[in-house]
Design a binder for this molecule. Structure first.
Ligand code: ZN
Ligand code: ZN
Length: 582
């Protein structure tokens, strides 16, 4: 709690300093707006306890939010009321920092209302009802004493029955793919209740009777979880809803989630052009490398096949199942060193990055990811979650390892860790705006990581070797094809065959990667567009600033300045940075 108060204090002090320079009237409105933000966050957490937990705000850890009609209406009321009071502020009188916070809050409120009233995934996506993650976060949060956390868990467990009752009532002809995902993920979440919590309870300082009660409640929760799984397994899918959400919902979701200056259709068109451009670059490089890797073998007439053959040879250089995690571990210090040497961005040495095996409740969607401490938990660890290959067949593991070969594994680390997500999130949590840390824009976050890949190579990472560039382009092509795939599946009715053709033939992916990507694209919407959209907008901003600043432009300053705004939409950061130039 102490931590939180300090954060708010810092926030107020910061904007006080800012507005004194401008004029008294503005200062007054900023103060009012800062109070509005504090109240808004407090109410936001009250209505979204699991979200609160995930950002490190633990006041509502003992509450499990039950998604029934009554609570949905209460939440809708809260959003509409705040939207009304937000609109009473005159945007022009606020500081630049508060202007972007205003836009973020407005977008979040409008988006949240749209999600409940129009998108309604709580009626068709059974995977939304998985409590493993939130319980696990409380269990392992080091922010307050263990006994208190366990008592909160105990109270929260009491509501599992109502939680799954509401889930069954909400679901109405759910999508088959999401139902199958739910069955496997909810099944995976059981280890939290039959292994993880009981083992912490066992070693804890709780009284024997408290321990007994907690273990009982875990068992009851497990019964509810099993009953939910049985319910999902009993569903029939003869006339099931399609996973494709269609153009209207896709454009709207894109608008709220991505907050780009582009529409979904516009970014889809840009991606199609980029794919063309990359194919040309790659063909040049593959021609250059042909004889080195394929000797006297005849070159195919199909240029995509020429590229494919060279990539396949390069992909044979890879780690094995057991050394995969070690290989990642060893690359991190090398990246830090390169960035220091080239003066690309300041990296705070006091924030540790821990490589770990992906926890069970996260399995099923991506290969590697970052979990960072929330804005309220500045001292927590940042984890680099690496998916285990233990569930893979021998062939699938080999396919996966070729995809993440010695070249692309380095780019993965650049993307996920340094200077990608890990670095960005450290900056984001230091940003003076709690709102920007919390309502973080996914396209900015992903766009930064994707931008970081190109930026590292531009600065000589990989010694400018044609091999590294070719494999980078292949990697980048994936981001581009993510956008094409996402839009095509949900809006253009692309078939599974066409999708596999795009991923394997045109994006040179291995089977396992392509299959996984298709699965992910059918289980999610819009998120796969965030990478390329954010990248395009950041790159555009950098080139614009370079042009305007000329000799004054400094890459390190640009990176640090860009990240200092926190995870705001790139279009807002661009506005702030370009304004400052005037
Ligand atoms: Zn191999
Ligand atoms: Zn990413």
């Amino acid at each position: 709690m102490r931590n939180i108060k300090l954060t708010f204090l810092a926030l107020i002090v910061f904007s006080t300093c800012n507005h004194k320079i401008i004029m008294a009237q503005v200062g007054h409105n900023d103060e009012k707006f800062n109070r509005f933000k504090s109240n808004y966050l407090e109410d936001l957490w009250y209505h979204n306890p699991e979200w609160a937990t995930s950002v490190g705000y633990h006041k509502y850890d003992s509450v499990l939010s039950v998604n029934d009609k009554v609570s949905r209406n209460a939440t809708l009321n809260f959003y509409s009321n705040y939207l009304d009071s937000l609109k009473k502020f005159d945007l022009k009188t606020l500081s630049e920092n508060n202007k972007t916070d205003y836009e973020l809050i407005k977008n979040s409120l409008e988006g949240s209302i749209w999600y409940i009233n129009e998108f309604k995934s709580y009626t068709w996506n059974p995977a939304e009802y998985n409590i493993g993650g939130t319980f696990s976060e409380i269990l392992y949060s080091g922010q307050y004493p263990e006994e208190e956390r366990l008592r909160n868990i105990s109270l929260k467990l009491k509501m599992v029955k109502q939680y799954y009752k509401a889930a069954k009532e909400n679901l109405n002809n759910p999508v088959k793919d999401h139902t199958l995902l739910a069955i496997s993920q909810v099944e995976g979440s059981k280890s939290v209740f039959n292994e993880e919590i009981p083992s912490v309870v066992q070693k804890s300082k709780l009284s024997e009777s408290e321990k007994k009660q907690l273990n009982e409640r875990c068992k009851e929760a497990l019964l509810e979880i099993d009953s939910y799984i049985a319910y999902l397994k009993s569903l029939k899918f003869d006339n099931a809803r399609s996973f494709r959400i269609g153009k209207e919902l896709f454009e709207k979701k894109f608008k709220y989630d991505i907050q780009s200056k582009y529409s979904a259709k516009e970014i889809y068109d840009i991606a199609l052009k980029r794919k063309q451009y990359l194919h040309e670059k790659m063909y040049d490089l593959a021609n250059k490398l042909w004889s080195k890797y394929l000797g006297n073998e005849d070159k195919p007439k199909d240029s995509l096949l020429v590229i494919r053959k060279v990539i396949d040879k390069l992909s044979l250089q890879h780690a094995n199942v057991d050394s995969f995690q070690i290989a990642i571990d060893q690359q991190i210090p090398a990246l830090v060193e390169f960035i220091k040497q080239k003066k690309l961005i300041y990296i705070d040495p006091s924030k540790p990055l821990v490589v770990r095996k992906e926890p069970a409740y996260m399995q099923g969607v991506a290969g590697a990811s970052i979990s960072s401490p929330g804005p309220y938990d500045k001292n927590g660890n940042t984890y680099y979650n690496v998916g285990s290959l233990s569930g893979y067949s021998k062939e699938d593991a080999e396919s996966f390892l070729r995809e993440y070969n010695n070249y692309t594994l380095q780019i993965l680390n650049i993307h996920e860790a340094i200077p990608g997500h890990y670095t960005q999130l450290v900056y984001s949590n230091n940003s003076p705006s709690l709102i920007k840390s919390i309502l973080g824009n996914g396209a900015m976050i992903e766009g930064w990581a994707v931008y970081g890949e190109l930026m590292m190579l531009e600065n000589g990472y990989g010694n400018n070797s044609p091999e590294m560039w070719l494999m980078y382009y292949k990697w980048h092509l994936r981001t581009v094809c993510n956008t094409i795939l996402d839009y095509s599946l949900h809006v253009n009715n692309m078939s599974e065959n066409e999708a596999m053709n795009l991923l394997i033939k045109e994006a040179f992916q291995q089977d396992a990667e392509a299959k996984g990507k298709f699965k992910r694209a059918s289980l999610t919407q819009v998120q796969l567009c965030s990478y390329f959209t954010g990248f395009s907008e950041i790159y555009e901003l950098r080139e614009k600033l370079k042009q305007k600043q000329g000799k004054e432009f400094n890459l390190k300053n640009f990176h640090e300045k860009f990240l200092s705004f926190g995870s705001a939409p790139v279009k807002n950061i661009s506005e702030l940075m370009l304004n400052e130039l005037k």
